[in-house]
Ligand binder design. Structure first.
Ligand code: CP3
Length: 353
């Protein structure tokens, strides 16, 4: 089926575009009153994820409200560990938690990769429902957490500031952690391929906590497993390339290694300058980012100046997907997002003449 708006896919392929495409990490969520209303009707967060019609509704809310170039499936990275039997639940104000964290080799050896099509069928139903409703308006992005990032939640049992359990395992029983990461790499590959078969037209791997590692540990415990996933993904479906974007938060010093995986796009947080990233890896991969989400707390003129600065930093030509440097804050005023997108649409065409 023809795509009415393929700017996002064209920019990832570094093909010419008329303006810089944009989407926002965590674009569906609590900063939108319409999300809060649907969430209220659904019950819990997981009830919302499991209901294909409602998950579709919240996926479309940001693309209906703002002039965005891609939709991202409404779901969560923690669906995989939930399907592995860890018992995901959310504590308001504290974030995601697991009833049964995996703290040692014995617990890891009881785990196996879920069968995505069977055990995560609700995610695939949401993907095909969104594709049907989008009806070619713009591409749909599927996603997963990286094995390392999933492992941090599975071993810690919830969010953590110092990662003492999972890094403790890394230094005390690295072989056990490698066994866990291998299972997760297999699970993520199967999960993303199932999303692609169900209709996801691009996929992003969120390595939110890769930046907590040393350089050699990042290579061995995070990047090596993302490499396995990139190697195992379906890269062409329905006659179109299915690009994969790797986003390691705080990964700016490892851009060359990330690009060398053969991914199509590299996500950048706000601590790396696009000009610098482009000089380093712009010949190998498209770049995605990197407005500081907190800039959306500024006045419209400030937001516009930040957008101008980022566009100028990337410079002329294709290969840039505009995004935030991390997920949008739940406290963001939606009208500031409108100002952000308007500034981008006003300022970006001149870089594509
Ligand atoms: O981008 C999108 O709009 C798609 C949906 C999406 C969600 N989570 C919805 C969500 C995506 C891509 C994610 C990814 C995710 N989930 C990550 C990686 C991205 C990142 O921000 O680094 C991580 C680390 C998680 C784990 C997770 N799930 C957290 C930390 C939270 C917030 C918990 C809290 O109470 O603050 C969630 C829940 C969650 N996932 C919400 C949303 C909209 C909020 C749920 C609610 O309605 O209460």
């Amino acid at each position: 089926m023809a795509l009415h708006n393929d700017r996002f896919l064209r920019a990832l392929a570094r093909q010419p575009v008329d303006r810089t495409p944009v989407w926002m990490m965590r674009q569906a969520g609590r900063y939108l009153p319409e999300y809060r209303a649907t969430r209220e009707r659904a019950g819990s967060f997981m009830d919302l994820c499991r209901n294909a019609e409602l998950a579709c509704e919240v996926t479309l809310q940001p693309v209906d409200r703002f002039d965005l170039d891609a939709a991202i499936l409404f779901s969560d990275i923690l669906t995989i560990p939930d399907a592995m039997g860890l018992g995901l639940y959310f504590v308001p104000g504290e974030g995601p938690m697991f009833r049964s964290p995996v703290r040692d080799g014995a617990a890891i050896d009881r785990l196996s990769a879920p069968d995505a099509e069977r055990d995560l069928d609700y995610v695939m139903n949401a993907v095909s429902t969104v594709r049907r409703e989008l009806n070619g308006r713009m591409p749909l992005i599927g996603f997963s957490g990286s094995p390392w990032t999933l492992a941090t939640y599975m071993v810690e049992g919830g969010p953590s500031k110092d990662f003492r359990h999972v890094k403790g395992l890394l230094y005390s029983d690295p072989a056990a952690l490698h066994r866990l990461l291998a299972i997760l790499a297999e699970a993520v590959t199967d999960y993303l391929n199932a999303q692609i078969r169900a209709g996801a037209q691009a996929v992003q791997i969120f390595d939110t906590w890769g930046g907590a590692l040393t350089t050699p540990a990042y290579r061995d415990f995070s990047l090596a497993y993302m490499q396995r996933i990139v190697d195992g993904l379906i890269r062409e479906h329905d006659g179109r390339r299915v690009p994969v974007i790797l986003f390691t938060k705080n990964g700016g010093q490892w851009l060359e290694q990330i690009a060398a995986t053969g991914c199509d796009g590299v996500g950048l947080d706000w601590t790396t300058e696009l000009a610098d990233a482009r000089a380093r890896i712009g010949g190998q991969a498209a770049l995605q980012g990197n407005l500081d989400p907190s800039a959306l707390f500024g006045a419209p003129a400030t937001i516009r100046a930040e957008v101008a600065r980022i566009l100028e930093s990337f410079g002329a030509g294709s290969g840039h997907v505009f995004n935030l440097g991390h997920g949008i804050s739940q406290f963001t005023p939606p009208e500031n997002v409108t100002a952000f997108i308007a500034a981008l649409h006003e300022l970006s065409p001149q870089w594509h003449e």
